[in-house]
Write a protein of this length. Sequence first.
Length: 258
Amino acid sequence: MHLTTDDGARLDYRVAGPAGAPGLLLLAGQANSQRWWDTARQDFEGRFRTVTFDYRGTGATTAPEGDWSTRSFASDAAAVLRAAGFDRAHVYGTSMGGRVAQWLAIEHPELVDRLVLGCTTPGGAHAVERDQRVRRSLLNPDSGQRRRALFELMYSAAWSGVPERSPVLGDPTMTPAATRLHLRASARHDAWERLPDITAPTLVLHGSDDLLAPVVNAELLAGRIPDATATIFPGARHAYFDELRPEASELVVRFLTT
């Protein structure tokens, strides 16, 4: 399905799950399409009517390149929810999707029932960023080595999967310009001052060994958002929601249904 925004973007979105079930918007990470949720989504479709969409610059969405931000992506997310027929829905965002989810809950509180923020940060001066070794590994000019580095940042050494089967290592259809715009949007995120405005019950999830978004950020978010709680998965890295899928998905379902 598609919707056309006021500025001419054509956003591709998908709705799945039982008609009449509570809505659950799933927000993907930076430089990834809605395929980010290809694996975990099935854990939610029996209880919720799930909604995903391709960010500008990804997947089947077409949009003019511009000053994209996590805030503008949140506006797109609000438009998608309304187009999908939801006046209110739960929201689960991971990585950059968690940053988008923060703005969605801040600026469109009427749309957000319960909020789950995974492997993400508040951004700005208060966030704890990845160290320089991690940054350098992601800038390796050798694409194969760069992909391997990203895979190792996403999954622990105990993970038995292989990079070719992971849905979270980036959208290969993106242009270099779109990739840069996503990186800039995520890097400029700063919702710190507005986090106390979030009124939705909030669960923060994080892997203890996450080097892309250090785990201390989970404590920062949970301490800044009123009445938020945090759960840390021991030994997990950035893609805890994939590697520890049964446990993580069950925890999310329990939070959203109690």
